[in-house]
Design a protein around this ligand. Structure first.
Ligand SMILES: Nc1ncnc2c1ncn2[C@@H]1O[C@H](COP(=O)(O)OP(=O)(O)OP(=O)(O)O)[C@@H](O)[C@H]1O
Ligand SMILES: [Mg+2]
Length: 618
């Protein structure tokens, strides 16, 4: 237990109680009623025996009406207890589901705000495991452990007071027995807590592995790695099994241990009570009977709490992982320049409420004035250096400019840093100094969402979502009409194959478009970027899986799409980049050559060698 700071528990309680105050009050009241009903019933036993049963045994002409009255009272007490028991369990179930929903909601919305770096550096299955396993550990704790804990505590206090009032001597006997039990529980529970934390981590690792293997099943099969995959799984599975076994080993012997000790205590009290009564200690038969009952009511909650320790420790381990994800720092955005619709009034650019097709950067200044700069798509890099990890520089001294309407191409070997440059333009990663300017504005000053809205990006890895083809293309601009979606598909040259799909634009795509070919997926991704009609397009290997004939069609489509836009193209196939205004040849994060196709050919440098096939791109 000491492994968890109290703050995890406190924070968890915050989630459970906040917003559920009324329900919680109902729960606590019901618990109070149900606990006092059970104590009351035990106390009643004393008067039942001493005041009704014993006199009746001695009476020559017994009158049972008093006994019947007393018995019906007892039934009522028990009934009230049972009803309140139902009530708090129902209410707790609703509280627990609401709390879990709140936690999942917060997790997901927090996750949406995390930077790309988080996803680049965490195993996705492990993240999934937080939503499923870790959140699930909380369910049992909230719906069972908490109400049982409260009810046990109330019972313990009520029973203790009643016992002291009845006979302090017998109370001492009970307390001594309980102290022994607690010592044993502490020893057992202390051992398992560390293993519960390990168990949740091992479960996460196992889930990460399973997800990877499901995703990569084709690769596994191609390389005949099934056996290796199983072995890898076994290692993780063994680890989980071991942690879970250790965690539960001690926890599982708690219950039988407590039960046996409880029985032992029963005997001890009977003997002690009998001896005290015989020695004239002033206790009656009824007191002993009630005490036997009370001692059960006393140890039962204690053993219940100790059983719940299991799930409490596990839930705290789960909560720790949940809160770790919630505490991941979100993507920072100091940007204050926003993108707005604009129109010209005379020569002045002013903000417009409706969609005008003209966009402007709204730039508030410190002196309270606001300036508007037309969005044209002018991107410039000034001596940009960049490293993903502090001591491993990837880009060196990158300077480039792309004027509106220009097509800029990056070529270079794998790992040269082409994708990295585009990661900087859309601010997936930030450079320390503001050396990138977009329409003359330091890119760090532009609000990330607005910056990305102005860019149409086809990423190197195509990702399609579950939904129809039409929905996937519309992802680029949610208010695009059906005609606009189809026009974008035509531009990307995707229209033809989409119409040949079984249900055309309404064909469902699942599992990242597994029912399409790689090239078809890329065409949809291009259409998705095109539908947004952005002033700047970034196409990272967008045509790498498309055959040469389709490519030249897409090329023509894109040329018309590119009209009036700035386009960054990354391509391994040099035919794609030939008609660019400028081609940058990258090598190990440096631009080593630049110029248009003719100039570079004339230079007879690396590009010339690439082009003439003197050496191939790796
Ligand atoms: N998220 C990341 N964290 C750390 N290093 C990275 C990350 N992404 C890329 N790198 C490193 O940065 C370098 C450049 O990678 P980049 O993806 O920009 O190459 P590229 O030119 O796009 O290659 P390709 O043609 O294969 O797409 C590589 O050496 C790579 O190891
Ligand atoms: Mg790349």
């Amino acid at each position: 237990m000491r492994k968890f700071s109290g703050s995890t528990a406190r924070r968890l309680m915050g989630y459970i109680v906040r917003g559920n105050e009324l329900r919680f009050t109902v729960v606590i009241l019901s618990i109070l009623v149900s606990a006092s009903a059970s104590v009351g019933a035990s106390v009643f036993l004393e008067s039942l025996i001493d005041d009704y049963i014993s006199p009746l045994l001695l009476a020559s002409n017994p009158d049972f009406s008093g006994l019947v009255h007393a018995l019906s009272m007892m039934v009522c007490l028990y009934l009230a207890g049972i009803l309140c028991g139902f009530l708090y369990n129902w209410t707790m179930a609703s509280i627990s589901q609401r709390s879990l929903k709140k936690i999942r909601d917060q997790l997901f919305s927090h996750m949406q705000d995390l930077p790309i770096k988080y996803f680049d550096t965490h195993i996705h299955g492990d993240v999934m495991s937080v939503y499923t396993n870790d959140v699930d550990t909380l369910r049992q704790m909230i719906s069972q452990s908490i109400p049982q804990g409260i009810s046990s505590l109330v019972s313990i206090i009520a029973v203790l007071c009643t016992m002291i009032a009845m006979s302090w001597m017998l109370t001492l006997v009970v307390l001594a027995c309980v102290a022994c039990m607690l010592l044993i529980v502490r020893r057992i529970a202390g051992r398992s807590s560390a293993y519960f934390i390990k168990q949740q981590a091992a479960l996460g690792a196992l889930n990460g592995y399973i997800e990877e293997m499901v995703e990569g099943q084709k690769v596994v099969k191609v390389f005949c790695h099934e056996q290796k995959a199983k072995e890898g799984f076994d290692v993780l599975n063994d680890k989980l099994c071991e942690c879970a076994r250790e965690a539960n080993k001690y926890a599982n012997i708690l219950m039988p241990a407590m039960n046996n000790l409880g029985n032992l205590q029963y005997v001890i009290i009977a003997i002690a009570g009998g001896s005290i009564a015989l020695a004239g200690g002033g206790i009656t038969l009824g007191t002993i009977a009630a005490f036997l009952q009370l001692s059960k009511s006393f140890t039962q909650p204690i053993s219940q709490i100790s059983q719940q320790l299991n799930s409490i420790i596990m839930a705290l381990a789960g909560a720790k992982r949940v809160f770790e994800l919630m505490d991941e720092p979100v993507e920072q955005d100091g940007g204050y320049v926003t993108l707005v619709n604009a129109k010209y009034q005379g020569d002045d650019l002013v903000e417009a409420d409706e969609r005008t097709g003209t966009w402007a950067w709204k730039h508030p200044h410190e002196d309270g004035t606001v300036t508007y700069t037309r969005l044209t798509g002018d991107v410039r890099f000034f001596d940009v250096d960049f490293a993903y990890e502090p001591d491993k520089p990837i880009l060196h001294n990158i300077s480039l400019y792309a004027k509106p309407g220009q097509k800029l191409a990056f070529v270079g070997a794998t790992g040269a840093g082409k994708t990295t440059i585009t990661n900087l333009i859309n601010r997936f990663y930030d450079i320390a100094d503001g050396k990138i300017r977009y329409d003359g504005i330091n890119i760090n000053k532009i609000k990330k969402s607005d910056l990305r809205r102005s860019l149409g990006i086809v990423l190197q890895d195509t990702n399609l979502f579950t939904g129809t083809v039409r929905e996937n293309i519309r992802y680029g601009r949610l208010d695009a009409s059906d005609e606009e979606v189809e026009a974008a598909a035509q531009l990307a040259n995707a229209d033809e194959f989409i119409r040949r799909l079984p249900e055309g634009y309404d064909t469902m795509l699942t599992d990242n478009g597994a029912n399409l070919s790689q090239g078809q997926r890329q065409l949809i991704a291009i259409a998705r970027a095109a539908v947004a009609d952005p002033p700047v397009m970034i196409l990272d290997e967008a045509t790498s899986s498309i055959d040469t004939r389709t490519e030249s069609l897409v090329q023509r489509g894109m040329d018309s799409l590119m009209y009036g836009r700035t386009v960054f193209v990354i391509a391994h196939r040099l035919s794609t980049v030939q008609n660019s205004d400028a081609i940058m040849v990258l090598d190990h994060g440096r631009i080593i050559e630049r110029g248009n196709h003719q100039e570079l050919i004339a230079q007879r440098g690396t590009y010339y060698q690439l082009y003439t096939g003197a050496f191939e791109l790796e």
